[in-house]
Every structure is written in structure tokens, then in C-alpha cells.
Design a protein around this ligand. Structure first.
Ligand code: NAD
Ligand code: HSE
Ligand code: NA
Length: 943
């Protein structure tokens, strides 16, 4: 395939189509001249190949790059890539020719993609300095596409500097002259850094010429005290002219042929009201074709932002104009891809300033990008998407400062491989500072024209309606408008409906201030059940009230209106539900003692597995002891929690701790794990549950405390969707509570629960043999971590009594702790010991008493066992030291084993027995951990 002729950048052309002189005539010719003005036409004639010239031109379609090396005038027709809708360039520009032969068509049908155009756009930041321009040149050179069209903005800040020149001149501030000097300096410095030799000389000569033209024009503006829009656009557009030329020289420097394009020669747009323009694609296409004939180049640097009217008056594409230029040009050349280079890694799933865990989206559909840009996500202006969408040209947003990031591709809907709900919602966005207007009344239902009257009134005050919702009962219609417009909207509605309000046909026109919108955006929400349920569930769990809802039947967007103060929390809750692991739990650990720290270590070891296998994301947001606490917004690094509790700790404050957890709605599900033995901590469960915080604990104090409190707690918990789990309070990790619940919930009748409920006392009596002393064995049990923080709680039987109470209440008995007769193993003399240590020190003096009690039992072929009984039939509980024959199951235990026998209607002859270690750090923490996972599963984690 032969190469087209390539032209070098055009020499400075002070009398070119958009010179100062030209601008002046253009205005006078504007109406008379239906085609590019006289100078442009002359230049075109000059550049247009004559028949003789054309003989030497390699004919090449400028879009699909099919090339024909034929002399002009011979049979020539270009075949185009399938599906690219290309027009035959030869038809438009060259002599009509015979149809292409079949062989020719076949030979050209499958041109590789790389043969097509790649369009890039580099914004002002990318073009900020000479070094950055060089970087842009390098990126362009690295793109191996055969044809490259690069759209550039002015160097950063230059557009503002240029507008400033105009403003100064028209307000007769003669500092415009020094300001223009600054513009000159900036470009001269950059060019000197970047270029050398002849290229530099050419550029500087052009720059000089442009600056002196601008000076004259600004002078005219200064004298007139006024600049028309086209004058202003003419001045401002120079930033792009200079940056495009500099880049094109920089690329040429590396030996790669390159042309620059003044897009005012090509892009034709019509003004279309409120600071917008509509491209004239047909005319632009025609002019682009002409441009290519004149300057067929492989790499073209085009000016962004600027264009001209059909009458060749310079204009701009307005806001985000360079993106728009790239999209229009991309669609004109049917580019393979349009890459928009910017300073972010791509489009985020939510505003990263509000959601620190927002992720970069790898793909977005055109519609999604469109929706996102509406919501102010700094993606692309919606109009940028329209031109490329028509031809399914992907737009890729990439970070010039991080070229390793793949960016976000905006393209036709990519396949949803796994049908996940989270693949349906692509992103979340919010709009603040809104007010809801609610028009309500019985006179609206079935009355055609009410909506029209309402919105006609809103239109008359020029307010922008952001969202509308009307339930099908038609008794009310509500809509959101910007807060700053609501006063006039409300006043206008009151005036418009004065009579209806007076007559009672309308009951109110109400304004709800301080609202925000949260929108979930995703093309695949359409026809996917469960998306809105998941969204609203996430909001409900975060305790967020929804004021209004709107979803169009296109289903690209679900919009909810909420209180502005809830908006960020709502955004985070929704985002984490869809974008983080399926079940995300914010955990607060109270009491990092033996059980608490063992649990933290287990969480640390298992977190990755849970995330990977069960989609459960556990984040420990805070750890508090009785003196210090450490808090985190995203989750404490569990490999370092101990150090953090020392180095980053603050004074413990349980209220603050709970507030931190409940107010952090980054994670919608929150659980407090009480690993203390503290009654006062347990007394907070009610409030925590009320706040929507789940509670998990091995602490027996709440369930064995005053009956009325216990009942209140259970009633609240049953009436809410908040969970309270306490498996480890009885038998540590053994499934005691869950077994009992299983029996009860399936309709079994509990008759009696009897067993050894104390790991400590089990250990003591299992090991209190031979020459061993009682006090030694107690010390061992304490050392092994079986005892309560104060071992007297075990020895006194209180711990067992608490467990008996817990099971009794679970079985429906309404007993108080004081209703349970308990045989205490703490000698009377030691009950008043001030501390556990003092008790442990004095204990040996009672070893002899214990030895004789044990010996008595042994002599009878029996062992001592400390048992608890829940007698459901007689509604009683009891805790005592009993003697059992050596062959009794209770006599067969070892270590800290618990054994619990459930005698029920179904398990009457043989009780259901659960046996195993019932105390100790690992098994207890494991029991607490499994409650956490039970909670996760209640909250929706997969089983
Ligand atoms: N050890 C076991 O085998 C076992 C088995 C089942 C249940 N339990 C229960 O587990 C809980 C913890 O037992 P442990 O052995 O880890 O006790 P521990 O004394 O080692 O730990 C308790 C921790 O809680 C802290 N704490 C106390 N009051 C606090 C408060 N108001 N605020 C914050 N922190 C406070 C303490 O400073 C300590 O760090 C107890 O309720 C116990 O009954 C223990
Ligand atoms: N101290 C208790 C811990 C388990 O609740 C025991 O020994 O059984
Ligand atoms: Na248990």
C-alpha cells in the first residue's frame, strides 16, 4: 500500500483564512457568502489540486484509508471498510469513476483496524508546559495507528488569559498590552524549550505576527469599548492555534511527518441557543475532505475548541469545547477510537472526594456516561458523546500522568458476563442544594392539564426542573428544583393556583428545603430484578429516609431524594452495597482482653478468605478498652492493632466510640462486639440495637441481668431487623444456644437442660486428682484462660447460674438470677477478698477441706461435678456440686469440657447431648466469630 503525500506544517500565513484582516471582511461578507469567504476560497483554489497536480496524488480515503494509486481521472473508486458508512471520497472531490471491481472490493474488505484513525485529545493541563507538550508528542508517537488525529487545547490557563485580554480591552483597561506580552512570553518560552532551528524560527515568526494582529484587534476593541462574540472568539482561539503548531513541530522533530489543522477551516457549527452550538456534519465533512486533499497527512494536530459558522465567522464550541471537537472529528473520520487525555485515571464509580473507596470503571456505556456527566461527574459533556455514539466509536478517558492506568472506555454496552447485580449499577452520583416542591390536593386526580399548568408556571419563572415524581393516585405531584430557584417557583405556583387553593381543590403547595438527589446509574438496571430493592435496602440499613423516588422506564437511572445532611452517608451506603463486598460489616470491638484480642487475631487471619470465598468484608472500625481506644474510618489494619492501640490511641469514650461506628455510613451494617464482662457495657445494648447497630457478645451480663431489662431488650430486638447474638455466653463456642433455638423453633418441648456449664469448674474437677491441690488446679484454670476475669465468678457458681438463667429464659422461663439456688465453692472467709489476686493467694489454706470432700466421693466410687439444671417442667433452676458414679457421662470429661444434655419431647429416652471444650480463648473467640458470620449471612452473605 502506498503512502499518501505528506505536507509539512503550513508556513505562517498572516493573510490566511482567519487573519485579522480576514475577520473584518468576513463580517461584511457574512450574509452574502454562502461558502468560505474570498480569501479562503482563493487559498482553496491554490491548494486544490488542478487536474495536472492530481495525477501525482495517491488517492486515499481519509477515513478508512483505502488507497488507490491511480492517476487522477482514470477509473478510480475507493472501497470502504464494511460497516463504516463511508462516502466515496472520489465522488465528492474527484471525477466520478466506474464501480470498483469484485477483486478490488475483496482485496480491500478486511483492512486491519490499525489502518484506521486514532483520535486523541489533550486538554490544557496536558499541554501545560514545554515538557508536557513533549510528553504529549511522545504519547502520540507511541500510538502505532496508521492515522492519527490529535486535538489539542490551548496551554493551561491560556484560554483564561485570552478572555482576560478581551475583557480588559473592552473595559478600556490598557493593561491588556502587558497581559498580551505575558501571553507572548509564555508561548515563546515554551517554544524555545521545545523547538530549535528552522522550526523554532517559523513558529516564533508566526507567533509575532499573530501577537501584532491581536494587538491591533484589541486596540480596536479598546477604542470601541466593546467586543462582539466573534471578535472575542477570534482572539481566544489563538491559544489552540499556537499549541497545535508547537505540538506539530515537536512531533515533526522526531522525523515523523505531521501537519497541523486550523479546525476553523473544517468544523462548521450553528449557534443553537443558550451558549450551545450544533455541528453541521455534512458541511464539516465536506470541508474535511477538501482539507485532506490539500494536506493528506498521517499525523495531524488539530486545534480544539474553535470552529466557524457556516458564514466562516470564527466561533467556539463553548464549554468543554476541545472534547467536543475530538468527538466531532472522531465521528467525521469514523475513528477506531477517541482517547481523551486528562489528569484522572478514568471515571469513578462515585465522587472519590466523598467515597474514598470509589473505583475506576473500566467500561461505561454511552448512556451511562451521559447520565454520569449530567450528575456532574467530571466525565464528558453529554454532547461529546453524541457524535461518536452514532458510529459506536469508543471514547477512552486516560490519565496523562499515569499512562499505566488503562482508563475508562465509554463504548457500546459491554457484555455483562456474570449477570451480577453490581454489574447493573455502574456508578452513583449526587446533586446537592435542591428543594422539593410538593403540590397536593384532591382536585388534581383525573383533571387533565394540572401537570401542564404546574410546569408551565415553573417554566415561566425560568426554573430548571431536575426531577419529577407523581404517584398514580394523582393526588400529589412533586418535583425538585435548585434551592436558589424555589422561592420564585413557590410564589409563582401560589399565584397561579390561588383560586384552587382557596377553593380547597389544592390543599397545599409545599416546599421541602435542603434536599439532595442520589442517583444510581446503570444501563443494565433495565430488566434486572432486585436493583432498586438492593438500593433501598442499603438506604434503609443506613437509617436513611427517602423523600421521593423517580425512575424513568428507560431504567438507566434511579433517583432518590433525601435530606441533604444524609446525602454522603446515603452515597456511601449505596456504593458499598454495590461496589464493595456483598456484605460489608463495620465492626466495633469493646474489650480487647483475652477473648477480644483472640478474636481480633482470628479476624486478621480469616479476613481475606471471607472476602474471597463468601464476599464478606469485615472492617474493624474501632477497638476500645477501658482506658484507651483507637478509631478508623476505613478499617484498622489488624496486623497492627496492638501498636495502634498504644501509639494512635485516644482516651476511651464509649459514647464517642459508638457514635463513630454509627455515624460512619461508609459501611451500612454495623456491629458492636462486647468482649468485656462488664455490666455497664451490657446496659447499652438496648440503645445500640435501637440505633440499628447489631450486637454480638460472649458477655453474660445482659441476658442474666434483671428480667425486665432482658425482656425489654428481646422485645425490641424481635421487633426490629437488628440482630443480637450471644452463642458464646453458654458453652463458649459449643452450639448450645443455637441447638436450643433449633429445638424450640421447630416445635419441640424442652423438659430439662442439665449439664456441666463451667469450663473452669469442669477443668478443676477433671484434674483435681491424686496429690494435686485444689488451689493449684484453680491457678491452672486461670492460667489456661478458662476463668472469668475474676475467678470467684466461676468458683462462686455465679457464672454457672448465669448460664442456667440464660438457657432458662431462652426456654421461656421468667427467672431472676436470685431465683437460682447456688452452692458456692468460695469459702465464706474469702468472699470479702478485695481482689482476685488476694483470693488466689489465700485459696491454698482451704486445700485440705477440698481434699477431704474429694476423698469422700472417691471412697464411694464417685466423682465431684459442678452442675447446672434448668427444670422447665417445674419452672426452676439450680446449681450444685454433685457426686456422680465413675461410669456416668458427666464423669467422663476431660480438660475444660462442658456437657449439656437436652431432654425434650423428642429427645426423651436419650437426651440430645452437646459436649466439648466450653471455655478458653480460641474456642470462645471462635464462637463470637461464628456469630459475626451468622450475622453476615442474615444480612445477605452467601452460604
Ligand atoms: N474466657 C473464656 O473462656 C470465656 C468463655 C465464654 C465467655 N467469656 C466471656 O468473655 C468476656 C471476656 O472475657 P476475657 O477472658 O477476655 O476477659 P478479660 O478480662 O481478659 O477481657 C476483658 C477486657 O474488657 C476490658 N473492659 C472492661 N470493662 C470495659 C469497659 N467498660 N469498656 C471497655 N473495655 C472494658 C478490659 O480492660 C479487658 O481488656 C467475658 O464476658 C467472659 O464471661 C469468656
Ligand atoms: N469462665 C467461663 C468461661 C465460659 O463462659 C467458664 O469457665 O466456663
Ligand atoms: Na455456645
Amino acid at each position: 500500500m502506498s503512502r499518501p503525500n505528506v505536507t509539512t506544517p503550513s508556513p505562517p500565513n498572516p493573510t490566511g483564512p482567519f487573519s485579522l484582516a480576514r475577520l473584518a471582511v468576513m463580517r461584511s461578507l457574512a450574509v452574502a457568502s454562502p461558502h468560505p469567504g474570498a480569501a479562503f476560497a482563493a487559498r482553496r483554489r491554490r491548494l486544490h489540486p488542478s487536474a495536472a497536480d492530481r495525477d501525482s496524488i495517491s488517492q486515499r480515503c481519509w477515513r478508512c484509508e483505502k488507497t488507490r494509486d491511480r492517476s487522477f481521472g482514470s477509473s478510480l473508486r475507493v472501497s470502504h471498510l464494511p460497516g463504516t458508512l463511508h462516502r466515496d471520497v472520489s465522488k465528492n472531490l474527484l471525477t466520478p469513476t466506474a464501480a470498483v471491481s469484485v477483486e478490488e472490493a475483496e482485496a480491500t474488505a478486511d483492512l486491519p483496524k490499525g489502518d484506521m484513525w486514532s483520535v486523541h485529545k489533550f486538554g490544557g493541563t496536558c499541554m501545560g508546559t514545554s515538557q508536557r507538550i513533549q510528553n504529549v508528542a511522545d504519547i502520540v508517537l507511541r500510538d502505532l495507528s496508521e492515522r492519527k488525529l490529535v486535538v489539542v487545547s490551548a496551554m493551561s490557563k491560556v484560554t483564561d488569559m485570552m478572555y482576560n485580554l478581551v475583557n480588559k480591552a473592552q473595559s478600556r483597561d490598557d493593561s491588556y498590552i502587558t497581559a498580551l506580552d505575558e501571553v507572548f512570553e509564555k508561548h515563546m518560552e515554551a517554544a524555545k524549550d521545545l523547538l530549535a532551528g528552522e522550526d523554532l524560527a517559523r513558529f516564533l515568526s508566526q507567533l509575532h505576527a499573530d501577537i501584532s494582529n491581536l494587538k491591533a484587534m484589541l486596540r480596536a476593541i479598546y477604542i470601541a469599548g466593546h467586543a462582539t462574540e466573534s471578535f472575542s472568539d477570534f482572539v481566544v482561539g489563538h491559544g489552540e492555534l499556537w499549541s497545535a503548531q508547537m505540538l506539530s513541530y515537536a512531533i515533526k522533530k522526531s522525523g515523523t511527518p505531521c501537519s497541523w489543522m486550523d479546525t476553523r477551516e473544517v468544523l462548521v457549527v450553528n449557534p443553537s441557543g443558550s451558549n450551545q452550538v450544533d455541528p453541521d456534519y455534512l458541511e464539516s465533512e465536506k470541508r474535511l475532505e477538501q482539507w485532506f486533499v490539500r494536506r493528506p497527512a498521517e499525523t495531524i494536530i488539530a486545534t480544539g475548541f474553535i470552529a466557524s459558522t457556516p458564514d466562516n465567522i470564527p466561533t467556539t464550541l463553548k464549554r468543554d469545547g476541545s472534547d467536543f471537537s475530538a468527538a466531532i472529528i472522531g465521528s467525521l473520520v469514523k475513528a477506531r477510537q477517541v482517547t481523551i487525555w486528562t489528569d484522572v485515571d478514568g471515571v469513578f464509580s462515585a465522587d472519590p472526594r466523598k467515597v474514598s473507596e470509589a473505583v475506576i470503571l473500566s467500561t461505561l456505556s454511552y448512556q451511562e456516561a451521559w447520565e454520569m456527566s449530567y450528575f456532574g461527574a467530571n466525565v464528558l459533556h453529554p454532547r461529546t458523546i453524541i457524535p461518536v455514539m452514532k458510529y459506536n466509536i469508543p471514547i477512552v478517558i486516560r490519565n496523562i500522568f499515569n499512562t499505566s492506568a488503562p482508563g475508562t472506555m465509554i463504548c457500546q454496552q459491554p457484555a455483562n458476563e456474570n449477570g451480577d447485580l453490581d454489574a447493573c449499577v455502574k456508578a452513583f452520583a449526587t446533586i446537592d442544594k435542591l428543594a422539593l416542591v410538593n403540590v397536593e390536593g384532591t382536585g388534581m386526580a383525573g383533571v387533565p392539564g394540572t401537570a401542564s399548568a404546574i410546569f408551565g408556571t415553573v417554566k415561566d419563572v425560568g426554573a430548571n426542573v431536575i426531577m419529577i415524581s407523581q404517584a398514580s393516585s394523582e393526588h400529589s405531584i412533586c418535583f425538585a428544583v435548585p434551592e436558589k430557584e424555589v422561592a420564585s417557583v413557590s410564589a409563582a405556583l401560589h399565584a397561579r393556583f390561588r383560586e384552587a387553593l382557596a377553593a380547597g381543590r389544592l390543599s397545599k403547595v409545599e416546599v421541602i428545603h435542603n434536599c439532595s438527589i442520589l442517583a444510581a446509574v446503570g444501563l443494565r438496571m433495565a430488566s434486572t430484578p432486585g436493583v432498586s430493592a438492593t438500593l433501598f435496602d442499603a438506604l434503609a440499613k443506613a437509617n436513611i429516609n427517602v423523600r421521593a423516588i423517580s425512575q424513568g422506564c428507560s431504567e438507566y437511572n434511579i433517583t432518590v431524594v433525601l435530606k441533604q445532611e444524609d446525602c454522603v452517608r446515603a452515597l456511601r451506603a449505596a456504593h458499598s452495597r454495590f461496589f464493595l463486598s456483598k456484605t460489608t460489616l463495620a465492626v466495633g470491638i469493646v474489650g480487647p482482653g483475652l477473648i477480644g484480642r483472640t478474636l481480633l487475631n482470628q479476624l486478621k487471619d480469616q479476613a481475606a478468605v471471607l472476602k474471597e470465598n463468601l464476599n464478606i468484608d469485615l472492617r474493624v472500625m474501632g477497638i476500645t478498652g477501658s482506658r484507651t481506644m483507637v478509631l478508623s474510618d476505613i478499617g484498622i489494619d489488624l496486623t497492627q492493632w496492638k501498636e495502634k492501640l498504644q501509639t494512635e490511641a485516644e482516651t476511651a469514650d464509649l459514647d464517642k466510640f459508638v457514635h463513630h461506628l454509627s455515624e460512619n455510613h461508609f459501611f451500612p451494617n454495623r456491629v458492636l462486639v462486647d468482649c468485656t464482662a462488664d455490666t455497664s457495657v451490657a446496659s447499652h445494648y438496648y440503645d445500640w440495637l435501637k440505633k440499628g447497630i447489631h450486637v454480638i457478645t460472649p458477655n453474660k451480663k445482659a441476658n442474666s441481668g434483671p428480667l425486665d431489662r432482658y425482656l425489654k431488650l428481646r422485645t425490641l430486638q424481635r421487633a426490629s431487623y437488628t440482630h443480637y447474638f450471644y452463642e458464646a455466653t453458654v458453652g463458649a463456642g459449643l452450639p448450645i444456644i443455637s441447638t436450643l433455638r433449633g429445638l424450640l423453633e421447630t416445635g419441640d418441648k424442652i423438659l430439662r437442660i442439665e449439664g456441666i456449664f463451667s469450663g473452669t469448674l469442669s477443668y478443676i474437677f477433671n484434674n483435681f486428682e491424686g496429690a494435686r491441690t485444689f488451689s493449684d488446679v484453680v491457678a491452672e484454670a486461670k492460667e489456661a484462660g478458662y476463668t472469668e476475669p475474676d475467678p470467684r465468678d466461676d468458683l462462686s457458681g455465679t457464672d454457672v447460674a448465669r448460664k442456667v438463667i440464660i438457657l432458662a429464659r431462652e426456654s421461656g422461663l421468667r427467672l431472676e438470677l436470685s431465683d437460682i439456688p447456688v452452692r458456692s465453692l468460695v469459702p465464706e472467709a474469702l468472699r470479702s477478698c478485695a481482689s482476685a489476686d488476694e483470693y488466689m493467694q489465700k485459696l491454698p489454706s482451704f486445700d485440705q477441706d477440698w481434699a477431704s470432700e474429694r476423698n469422700d466421693a472417691e471412697a464411694a466410687g464417685e466423682v465431684l461435678r459442678y452442675v447446672g439444671v434448668v427444670d422447665v417442667i417445674n419452672k426452676k433452676g439450680q446449681v450444685e456440686l454433685r457426686r456422680y458414679k465413675r461410669d456416668h457421662p458427666f464423669a467422663q470429661l476431660s480438660g475444660s469440657d462442658n456437657i449439656i444434655a437436652f431432654t425434650t419431647s423428642r429427645y426423651k429416652e436419650q437426651p440430645l447431648i452437646v459436649r466439648g471444650p466450653g471455655a478458653g480463648a480460641e474456642v470462645t473467640a471462635g464462637g463470637v466469630f461464628s456469630d459475626i458470620l451468622r450475622l453476615a449471612s442474615y444480612l445477605g452473605a452467601p452460604s
